[in-house]
Ligand binder design. Structure first.
Ligand code: URP
Ligand code: ZN
Ligand code: ZN
Ligand code: ZN
Length: 465
């Protein structure tokens, strides 16, 4: 067989090993990983570079409906472009069920939004916001049968918050079909009550945001999620874990054999909570839910990664612009108000380089752990493996070549999303992807980005977990 592509002489990094080899690609798939592969139509010299499976970002928000008066900055074209430039080759955004729409209609709507726009491949998680009518009895089982294997429920946010009974029903239906229930674990009643108290005391500035959702709010909801998982036997993923107290609950559940998986994100590993106390509007750049905490929580989250309590590091990319258009700054009039800034941070393009720098370069993670947390585990948990997240023969040729050992400063001006800031401006990076392949096609090469929007495909052959 004639190879279409040979990536030669790089350091191949998998979740278990690293070694120098060539990677051979034919028909968009990896066909060989070995020394001295035969001639190919295209040769890429990867000497001195790392050759890693393209990242799988299992938590991002793309082209969702307006929330708190703001629209997300990225549609499928810009989100997948930014992801590819950051070494990610699969994204898992949410199809968000709007009130009055069936979950099936939501799914069809998101297929439309992605169609003709995506540069890399994608699969959807479904946000369940309305557990009425035929949802539990018919819609969920039918969607699971069609290959949708992950559902997110919220314990907070007006319009999304489900009660325990409703969450039990979703978990039970998901379990029957071998699907994962993702849970946003914050107690919405507590957030609401605390927010009203802060408002009554005239404490409406952005520095009140963290106080409106302290760790106890997350810890309680995390514990409750684990109890509901135990009771139903469902497999649950606690998403965007921010605090040491929530992590303790997760360990408690895992130690007892309850099926609880967990995800954290760069914004929590970097201990950025102090930014929420910056004056004026500046803090809005760091408002997300749960709130970023301090250094002590971050140190515990790193331990959780090292010890395997967390399976995933995802971005939770949720890009509201800061200053332009209907961005964070323009919400709630002239004065910043902690309840009026839409929560969410951009992060699709920066997830991998930040985690590599803070994790691998700083000696907290091995490269093998990095690949597991960012590519292999998300693909496995959500039914995409070994097609995605793998460099084994037969896998899609989704590959990132990384330069390492030099330093550069992270600047929003160098990123490719449609947001107008990065919360990580000025941070040091010591490794970044220089070339990204999606199914053997170059989509990013040292400053050049493919314009082939629409080549990205929905992954519809997911396996039950
Ligand atoms: O603040 C956040 N995380 N925004 C995105 C929505 C969510 O809860 O994941
Ligand atoms: Zn959430
Ligand atoms: Zn700041
Ligand atoms: Zn999210």
């Amino acid at each position: 067989m004639r190879l279409d592509l040979a990536i030669r002489g790089g350091t191949v990094v998998t979740a278990s090993d690293e070694f120098i080899a060539d990677v051979g690609v034919a028909g968009g798939r990896i066909v060989a990983v070995a020394r001295d592969l035969p001639e190919a139509r295209e040769d890429v010299d990867a000497t001195g570079l790392l050759v890693m499976p393209g990242g799988v970002d299992a938590h991002c928000h793309v082209d969702e409906p307006e929330y708190m008066g703001a629209r997300l900055a990225d549609d499928f074209a810009s989100a997948t472009r930014a992801a590819a430039c950051g070494g990610t080759t699969t994204i898992m955004p949410f199809a968000n069920q709007l009130p009055g729409l069936s979950l099936r209609q939501a799914v069809e709507d998101y297929h439309e939004r992605a169609h003709g726009k995506a540069l890399i491949d994608y699969a959807f998680h479904l946000i369940v916001s309305d557990v009425s009518g035929s949802l539990i009895g018919q819609d969920l089982p039918a969607l699971i049968a069609d290959g949708y294997r992950s559902f997110k429920v919220f314990m907070t946010y007006p319009g999304y918050m489900l009660d325990d009974r409703q969450i039990l029903e979703v978990m039970d239906a998901a379990r029957r079909g071998g699907a994962v229930t993702m849970v946003h674990a914050e107690n919405g009643h507590c957030v609401h009550w605390l927010s009203q108290r802060l408002e009554a005391a005239g404490r409406t500035g952005l520095d009140s945001f963290a106080e409106s959702a302290p760790s106890a709010v997350e810890r309680e909801a995390t514990h409750r999620t684990i109890a509901l998982a135990q009771i139903t036997g469902a497999k649950v993923m606690i998403v965007h874990v921010s605090s040491a107290e929530a992590l303790e609950q997760i360990r408690w559940g895992q130690d007892r054999g309850i099926s609880v998986l967990a995800e954290t994100c760069p914004q929590y590993l970097l201990g950025m909570g102090h930014h929420l106390h910056e004056p004026g509007w500046e803090a809005a750049k760091h408002i997300c839910s749960p709130p970023p905490r301090g250094e002590d929580d971050a140190a515990q989250l790193w331990r959780g990664l090292q010890q395997g309590a967390f399976q995933l590091v995802s971005s939770d990319h949720c890009p509201y612009r800061f200053a332009s258009g209907d961005g964070k700054r323009s919400q709630g009039g002239e004065h910043p108000h902690f309840r009026k800034v839409p929560p969410g941070l951009p992060g699709l393009e920066t997830r991998l380089p930040l985690l590599y720098h803070e994790g691998v370069t700083q000696g907290r993670l091995t490269r093998q752990q990095f690949v597991a947390l960012t590519a292999v585990n998300p693909a496995r948990i959500y039914g995409l493996y070994p097609r995605k997240g793998s460099l084994m023969p037969g896998a899609d040729a989704d590959i990132a070549l990384w330069k390492y050992g030099e330093h550069r400063t992270l600047r929003h001006a160098d990123l490719h999303d449609e947001c107008d800031y990065t919360p990580y401006e000025g941070r040091d990076l010591s490794a970044w992807p220089v070339v990204t392949f999606s199914r053997g096609e170059k989509v990013w090469d040292r400053g050049w980005v493919s314009s082939a929007a629409g080549r990205g495909r929905h992954i519809d052959d997911r396996s039950p977990s």
